[in-house]
Every structure is written in C-alpha cells, then in structure tokens.
Design a protein around this ligand. Structure first.
Ligand SMILES: C[S@@+](CC[C@H](N)C(=O)[O-])C[C@H]1O[C@@H](n2cnc3c(N)ncnc32)[C@H](O)[C@@H]1O
Length: 202
C-alpha cells in the first residue's frame, strides 16, 4: 500500500457487519462480482474471510481501480481477480466469467437512477443460470416515500446538492424496477446506522 492509497472510514466500519450477512447468504465457494468496489477494502475483507469464494472487484473510476488493485495485491489473497474498470452503463460488462452473486455497496444513491436500471439489467446478464442468482444491495433507502432517519434525510440533501440526479432511493421503486427485470426479494436485512441490505434473486 502507498501513502496515496485512499481509505474509506465508512467501509472499515461496515465491512464486518456486511460480511456477517454474506456468510449466511453465499455458498462457501461463491463466485462474486463486486460493482463499485471503491477503495477495495470490502473485497479484501470478504475474500480473506471466505477463502473458498472467488471475487471480481470493479469500479468505473480509474483512481479507485488503482487503489483496489494496490490493496488486493498487498493482501496476497489468491481468490481476488485484478480489479476491472467497469461502469454499469456499459452495454457489455467485460467480465471473464459468470457469477453466483453480484454485490453493490453504497452506489445507487451516488449515481443517476439510470445506474440502478443498468445494474439490474447487467446483473441478470452475468448471473450464472444454474447458480443462486443473487444481487445484494447495501445502502440507505427511503421506505414508503419517507426517510427512515434525520441523518438519512440530511445525507439525501447533501447528495442532491452535489448532483440533482443523485439521492437516496425509495426501496419500493428499486423493488418495482427489479421485479420488471425478473428479480424478487430474497431478504431484507435492517443494518445499523439506518442502512438496509436488500437481497434480490433473479
Ligand atoms: C460511495 S462510493 C462506495 C464505494 C464502496 N462500495 C464502499 O462502500 O466503500 C460509490 C462508488 O460508486 C461508484 N460508481 C458511481 N457510478 C457508477 C457506475 N455508473 N457504475 C459503477 N460504479 C459506479 C464510484 O466510482 C464509487 O466507487
């Protein structure tokens, strides 16, 4: 790791909690595509704890791809493939494989709504036909059109101030779109700090 490698405080805080859920959800030998890997802290933590699983990190931002690559190399884990530069809007996701699960942490509120549509469509294409076909989303959501906490409402305002196309999404909107793409809810887990882990099965 170099002093320039970015580190996310939030990722360090939530990685253990998310891992607990992944341990329950994923087969031991799961193959997982991570979308929006950011700094790579999550993928390294998950791959280390689940040594029989195999991970493909990705991010559209070349700086993050570099951060994730640096972190994955430093981990010396053999079950992480080199991070790919991948934007969910790409018509073709240039991945070498099909996957049991697609994991996306804290992306859909910090991207336009079109990214959620593209994520669902892309996940359907890359999920293995004879696998569990899981799309796991983690982040803040509104429920029934309402924020679930004042901090999520503030977060939503700050996102929209940065980009009017960003914002905390409504769980029902995501699930409606997911249903249009052939996904149904597999589980909904309430996580600390007013976050949700939504498991879609398609
Ligand atoms: C808040 S960061 C979350 C990073 C990491 N998952 C985490 O929780 O620490 C949002 C990430 O979404 C990625 N992102 C934004 N738009 C995207 C898109 N269209 N396709 C894939 N990833 C995207 C960004 O590059 C960034 O890494």
């Amino acid at each position: 790791m170099t002093p320039e490698t970015n580190t996310s405080v939030a990722a360090d805080r939530n990685k253990g909690l998310i891992l607990e859920q992944l341990c329950r959800l994923l087969p031991e030998d799961a193959t997982v595509l991570e979308i929006a890997s950011g700094t790579g802290q999550h993928v390294v933590h998950f791959a280390a704890a689940l040594p029989r699983s195999s991970w493909q990190p990705s991010d559209p931002n070349p700086d993050y791809v570099l951060d994730a690559a640096t972190r994955c190399d430093a981990s010396r884990l053999r079950n992480i493939h080199p991070p790919l530069q991948l934007d969910v809007h790409q018509h073709e996701w240039r991945v070498a494989d099909e996957f049991d699960a697609v994991l996306c942490i804290n992306m859909i509120h910090i991207a336009p709504w079109s990214a959620t549509t593209a994520l669902l469509a892309g996940a359907r294409r890359v999920l293995r036909e004879d696998g569990p076909r899981l799309l796991v989303l983690y982040g803040a959501y509104k429920e029934g059109g309402q924020h679930t906490s004042p901090s999520n409402a503030d977060f939503d305002l700050s996102l929209r101030a940065r980009n009017p196309e960003w914002g905390v999404r409504d769980l029902e909107d995501v699930e409606r779109l997911a249903a249009d793409q052939g996904f149904k809810r597999g589980a909904l887990v309430r996580m600390p700090a007013n976050n949700l882990l939504l498991v879609l099965q398609g």
